[in-house]
Design a protein around this ligand. Structure first.
Ligand code: ZN
Length: 249
């Protein structure tokens, strides 16, 4: 009597292996996606969305502007929702290109929400800057160091109208401004033909050895504003919205 052999014996395990590999690949892909766009790390875009679509939410999400938290050297240079945070990976940023400052979303139309100098310093507006000014400061927290504060998006959607105050025309260099000096008003100009929701992007930028400021778009060239503002604005600390003075406790 002859036994029939079944050659399929080795087939099923291979199918399981392939299915398992596909599943692992999918899981790894989802993990990579979540890491890249900060899913689980950042809730910023949900809060910004709530603020933008529902005016009734705005007062409760607003941080009072133009005043300093207790013991903080800087005043908050605008007023509204502090939405996108420092080192935030939420869109349009990601885990390898994190947000270099804070975004303050004001309540109102373009060119109505004031932006002011966070601290005494010397203002520069390069000749081709439509929506941006930068101010050089003696660092109040590290005496002897020079730092810069950077303010942008101060122009109309298409960039044709600047909302920077007339006191600071393009080409202004090293003009002394006191803390609280009006710099201009919030706009939604994102540069190069794209529009952003109206806000002030505010960041603290390091200087180089020649006394110039470094490229603000690179996180390593910027400083966490948390101790300067006296409020936790670093995504790493997982602060809760709305952002409030840290020393309130
Ligand atoms: Zn920003």
């Amino acid at each position: 009597m002859k036994m029939t052999t079944h050659k399929q014996r080795g087939c099923w395990p291979w199918i399981f292996v392939l299915v398992a590999l596909a599943g692992l690949g999918l899981a790894a892909g989802m993990l990579a996606y979540n890491w890249y766009f900060g899913v689980g790390e950042s809730d910023s875009n949900n809060v910004i969305y709530r603020y933008l679509i529902n005016p009734a939410e705005r007062p409760g999400l607003t941080t009072e502007g133009y005043v300093a938290c207790p013991d903080a050297p800087f005043i908050l240079p605008s007023q509204g929702l502090i939405g996108l945070l420092y080192a935030d990976p939420a869109r349009p940023y990601n885990a390898t290109r994190r947000h270099t400052g804070i975004d303050i979303f004001g309540d109102g139309p373009n060119n109505t929400v004031a932006n002011v100098a966070a601290y005494d310093g010397w203002l520069t507006r390069l000749p081709d800057w439509r929506s941006t000014v930068i101010i050089r400061h003696e660092d109040p927290l590290q005496p002897g160091r020079t730092i810069w504060t950077y303010y942008t998006h101060m122009a109309s959607t298409d960039g044709s109208v600047s909302y920077i105050d007339a006191a600071f025309p393009a080409g202004t260099t090293n003009r002394f401004v006191e803390q609280g000096t009006l710099l201009g008003h919030q706009g939604d100009y994102g540069g190069d033909g794209y529009s952003v929701a109206m806000h002030l992007h505010f960041s603290i930028v390091k200087g180089d050895r020649n006394g110039e400021f470094l490229n603000e778009a690179i996180l390593e060239n910027t400083i966490d504003p948390t101790p300067y503002l006296g409020m936790e604005v670093n995504i790493a600390a997982d602060p809760k919205f709305p952002i409030r003075c840290a020393s309130a406790s």
